[in-house]
Design a protein around this ligand. Structure first.
Ligand code: 2P0
Length: 312
């Protein structure tokens, strides 16, 4: 019997970067995200004689995946599994493949082994594997904060159907993985200010989402992104995830907003640029970003649903 689960990546508008000293991959900062549609991880699970993991058709060893399985087995009866995972987008290039990957994995194992988890429990196991994965359990607008550090839905996607225009500027894997980068950033002199101020940013952003206040969210989300990259730059060695095209896209998006278009920019631990906009602006934003030399591909994406099992 094969069990199949799907999950989408999410894009943080208030960023998570840094870990609490506690065990279990607890974020140092709350975060707020939108779950995407179109981009998807599909994970198929079968019971087997020994664990085996394939990503995009190739056998791989993955420490985080092995740790996630061990964590589940410390709490539940989970037999050896063959896990086949596929992404319809580049892995490890700043498009949040670990988020959709672990959300799909935990959802698939829960379904396959009939573990009976609720969504908050799946979110907690996904978070312990990869912080951002906690948020991909849910669709629409999602919050991840303490004290329990299970994500929770804030607003359904249909209640504020923003669009996300992704400018892909490189298909190469990122130079420094997020976990390693976060650990380095925690020694930066900027780190305490980052953590303290992000708690306040998060509280305000929750209100802006509930009020559907695009202008206020735009200003705050862009600030959270640039503040995180400021921290990354002020890490030793400096973490520079951008390339020249990334910066061109950022300037273009800010110029469009200055000219009155409802759009703002966010960038994660990679060179891709995500322009978040009201639906009526998406076509113009996509055309403007497509015209920038060096932009490899433009993806125009809506907001998506939470992780789910394929109906048997
Ligand atoms: C985020 N990122 O909030 C931030 C913004 C990247 C930049 O969460 O170490 O792969 O596995 O918990 O979730 C990427 O980090 O890190 C991330 P781990 P994860 O989306």
């Amino acid at each position: 019997m094969t069990t199949i689960a799907y999950a989408h990546p999410n894009i943080a508008l208030i960023k998570y970067w840094g870990k609490a000293p506690d065990q279990g991959n607890v974020p140092a900062t709350p975060s707020l995200s939108v779950t995407l549609d179109t981009l998807v991880t599909r994970t198929a699970i079968e019971t087997a004689d020994a664990d085996r993991f394939e990503l995009d058709g190739r056998p791989v060893e993955d420490k985080k995946l092995a740790a996630c399985l061990a964590d589940l087995r410390a709490h539940y009866d989970v037999p050896p599994l063959v896990i086949r995972s596929r992404n319809n987008f580049p892995t490890a290039a700043g498009l949040a493949s670990s988020a959709s990957g672990f959300a799909a994995l935990v959802t698939a194992i829960d379904g396959h082994c009939r573990l009976g988890m609720d969504a908050a429990t799946r979110s907690t196991f996904a978070r312990r594997a990869s912080g951002s994965a906690a948020r991909s359990i849910f669709g629409g607008f999602v919050a991840l904060d303490g004290p329990d550090w299970a994500a929770r839905p804030l607003l359904e996607r249909a209640d504020w159907p923003l669009r996300v225009v992704v400018a892909v500027t490189s298909a190469a894997p990122k130079a420094v993985a997020s976990s390693a980068g976060m650990r380095l950033s925690m020694a930066s002199p900027f780190y305490p200010a980052w953590v303290t101020s992000t708690h306040e940013d998060f509280r305000l952003a929750v209100d802006h989402v509930r009020n559907r206040d695009f202008d206020a969210l735009a200003e705050l989300a862009e600030h959270s992104c640039l503040k995180m990259h400021g921290l990354m730059l002020a890490t030793r060695p400096g973490l520079v995830y951008w390339n020249p095209v990334t910066l061109e896209c950022l300037h273009r998006i800010r110029a469009l907003r200055a000219a009155g278009l409802p759009v703002f920019c966010t960038i994660d631990a990679g060179p891709q640029v995500k322009a978040i906009c009201l639906p009526e602006a998406a076509g113009r934003v996509a055309a403007e970003l497509r015209a920038i030399p060096g932009v490899i591909e433009i993806l125009e994406i809506g907001l998506g649903s939470g992780a789910s099992l394929e109906a048997p």
